[in-house]
Design a protein around this ligand. Structure first.
Ligand SMILES: [Zn+2]
Length: 216
């Protein structure tokens, strides 16, 4: 199905709260999905049948048939890894997803490659290789005419960089401009899965204190 491309960057569940599109909450116990409006963060959506907490799979989630246990297992594995089904801003689709359960491990390895830090630690100790240089977000000019740089290079909206968070370098997508390229007062980041996919997580607002680097 061909859809109209999205022109805004906010493609998260919060956006659909505004538009009124319903979220698809899945109960892996009952192998059923229920459309509901978005719950406040931290509040659980109990399954209407079994009252166990459901998982918000996104507005574009298509529930497998109840009898298809393998497809439900696939969806549950994806959900545990943080994969959701939201249209992304580039082409309006949720992005590639594995078709069958057996494809899930390779899919997850592809979208969660080992971080540069892990590779560095796992590297042969005899091989000298300095870790990539890190820097801080630099802002030049003031809102609404500001531009951002990292280690001297312009940092554009949609750029793939890495953020040091909870002890690891995490791939993020930098967002310095909003819908229709409109200026926004504070830049933020989405955890980056691949070029087309974001986690169903709230954006992280970036300040000059965050440790950032360009990917190798
Ligand atoms: Zn249930």
């Amino acid at each position: 199905m061909i859809r109209k491309p999205r022109t805004h960057f906010i493609d998260r569940s919060e956006f659909y709260e505004v538009t009124g599109r319903l979220q698809h909450y899945a109960c892996f116990h009952c192998r059923k999905a229920f459309k509901q409006s978005l719950r406040a963060q931290g509040s659980e959506a109990p399954c209407p049948q079994c009252r166990q907490p459901m998982t918000n799979m996104g507005t574009d989630f298509k529930a497998p048939p109840h009898r298809n246990q393998e497809q439900w297992l696939k969806v549950e594995r994806l959900a545990r890894a943080g994969i959701r089904f939201f249209p992304t801003w580039q082409d309006g689709t949720p992005g590639d997803r594995p078709a069958i359960l057996a494809e899930v491990p390779a899919f997850l390895r592809r979208i969660f490659p080992p971080s540069a830090g892990q590779m560095y630690l796992e590297r042969d100790r005899g091989t000298p290789s300095p870790a990539p240089q890190e820097g801080r977000l630099e802002q030049q000019g003031r809102f609404p005419g500001q531009i951002y740089r990292l280690l001297g290079r312009p940092l554009e909206t949609g750029a793939a960089v890495e953020l040091f968070e909870r002890g690891h370098w995490q791939p993020i997508t930098f967002i310095g401009r909003g819908s229709g390229n409109a200026p926004i007062p504070q830049p933020f980041a989405y955890p980056r899965v691949d070029d087309r996919t974001y986690f169903n997580r709230r954006p992280l607002f970036l300040t000059g204190k965050h440790r950032l680097r360009w990917p190798e």
